[in-house]
Design a binder for this molecule. Structure first.
Ligand code: MRU
Length: 423
């Protein structure tokens, strides 16, 4: 059973709850979502709150939570909750649609870089705009069906991405008659917690472990080890990816983002390097052959926005002929309307994500818990001087020139002879 970021039920009651990822890996608690966006003194916790506050994160997961939050609000409105408090006029379908579209636009504004949320919401907007009937129950049913399908399709996409990523890696290594073990590196969290389940980049790593580990590989090569980067400043790598890899029993070693080039140089240039002492403290010495990352937006020419730190990994990969840089994402991450990465809006996040760290209080070598609630005690600690300037772009753009392969649920895609992707 893989970790579950989103729980949605349409019967007997409609309910949406999301894993509070601010508390992972310390504890697993779910929060109920009751609306699209906050309305003071009326809503408790909206899809907007969940996404903006990073309770749910990861491009596909925020799309799904966003769409399901629309279903939840609509269900409440058609089932007698005070619709006026939400600002709806249920006596006029035209006015109702205008207000619903406004609410959805507010939801979309929660996180600007990941395009999946916009893509999912735009499909719902199309349903709303083309709805000519007066019966709100029918509108609800259409949006419910769309959102439930989106969830199922996302899960299937992840499995297909895993298969296509695996195939690309087998094709590359077979072509060069590679012999022996290999390792991979990744950044951020792209697993079950960032999607409906399984994951994109992490889904490929999961596939590698399942089908290409030493005891299961049918080839002369096998998957040996994963290196997740910590992923400063929000630490999705250390908090979430390390948690998922441990949960799945996948061999891995956590590194900080600024260790990537030193690690790769030591592993991949074994013959010349002078740091044998460093290698002897690693549990695996196999070279890194693939850097596999997820994506928040892939534009027409194949440029890819992903977690800050992805671009520098692509530059490192370029220094080593043998390292292939792979971007993995479902087609809901493709923005066909944007030509190149220069036009992607990059989200800047609060400064305190850099200057403060949120962690669990320890009691000996276990997490300390509150004696009444049983909750793990979380502490925010400042790690920088007060009153300093801080820059916190949450994503960067990797140009397609640095990307060897884009893996989607449809296939794996490499560049043509002129260096262009055809998405
Ligand atoms: O800020 P986050 O945690 O939402 O960023 C997530 C990432 O950058 C992921 O790599 C990306 O969304 C792909 S998730 C399958």
């Amino acid at each position: 059973m893989s970790l579950q970021a989103i729980k949605f039920h349409s019967s007997p009651e409609v309910s949406l709850s999301i894993l509070n990822q601010l508390q992972v890996p310390y504890q697993s608690k779910y929060l109920d979502v009751d609306s699209i966006a906050p309305i003071p003194e009326f809503t408790q916790f909206s899809g907007y709150d969940a996404i903006k506050g990073m309770y749910t994160r990861g491009a596909p997961a925020i799309m799904l939570v966003g769409c399901f939050s629309i279903v939840v609000e609509l269900n409440r409105v058609i089932n007698g909750v005070d619709s006026k408090k939400f600002g709806y006029d249920i006596t006029s379908i035209t006015q109702f649609k205008i207000r619903l579209l406004q609410r959805i636009d507010e939801l979309i504004s929660s996180r600007p870089t990941a395009v999946n949320l916009t893509n999912g919401c735009n499909e719902i907007k199309k349903i709303i705009n083309s709805f000519q009937n007066e019966d709100l129950k029918q509108l609800y049913k259409k949006i419910l069906d769309f959102s439930e399908n989106l969830y199922k399709e996302d899960y299937q996409s992840n499995i297909d991405i895993g298969n296509h990523g695996l195939k690309y890696i087998i094709d590359i290594l077979s072509k060069e008659n590679y012999n022996g073990p290999f390792s991979v590196m990744t950044i951020c969290n792209t697993g079950s917690l960032a999607t409906s389940g399984h994951g994109t980049a992490l889904g490929i790593i999961r596939h590698l472990n399942q089908f290409l580990s030493k005891d299961k590989s049918k080839y002369n090569f096998y998957f040996d080890h994963a290196y997740p980067c910590e992923t400063r400043p929000y630490n999705q790598g250390s908090r979430l990816t390390a948690y998922e890899l441990q949960y799945e029993n996948i061999p891995f070693t956590l590194i900080t983002d600024n260790m990537a080039s030193f690690l790769i140089d030591n592993l991949n240039r074994k013959k010349n390097h002078t740091n044998q002492n460093i290698l002897s403290t690693l549990s695996s010495n196999s070279p890194i052959r693939f850097i596999i990352v997820g994506s928040d937006r892939i534009v027409q020419n194949g440029d890819l926005a992903n977690k800050i730190g992805t671009f520098q990994l692509s530059l490192i990969a370029k220094q080593y002929n043998e390292i292939k840089f792979i971007g993995a994402a479902p087609t809901t991450t493709i923005d066909y309307s944007t030509k190149s990465g220069e036009d992607i809006k990059i989200e800047e996040r609060p400064k305190d994500e850099l200057t403060m760290v949120l962690g669990a209080k320890m009691n000996g070598n276990v997490f300390a818990t509150d004696s009444t609630t049983g909750d793990v005690v979380l502490e925010r600690v400042r790690m920088a001087p007060l009153n300093i300037q801080v820059w916190n772009p949450s994503f960067d753009v990797t140009p397609h020139a640095n990307i060897d392969c884009i893996v989607t649920e449809k296939d794996y895609l490499v560049k043509d002879d002129a260096g262009n992707f055809h998405l």
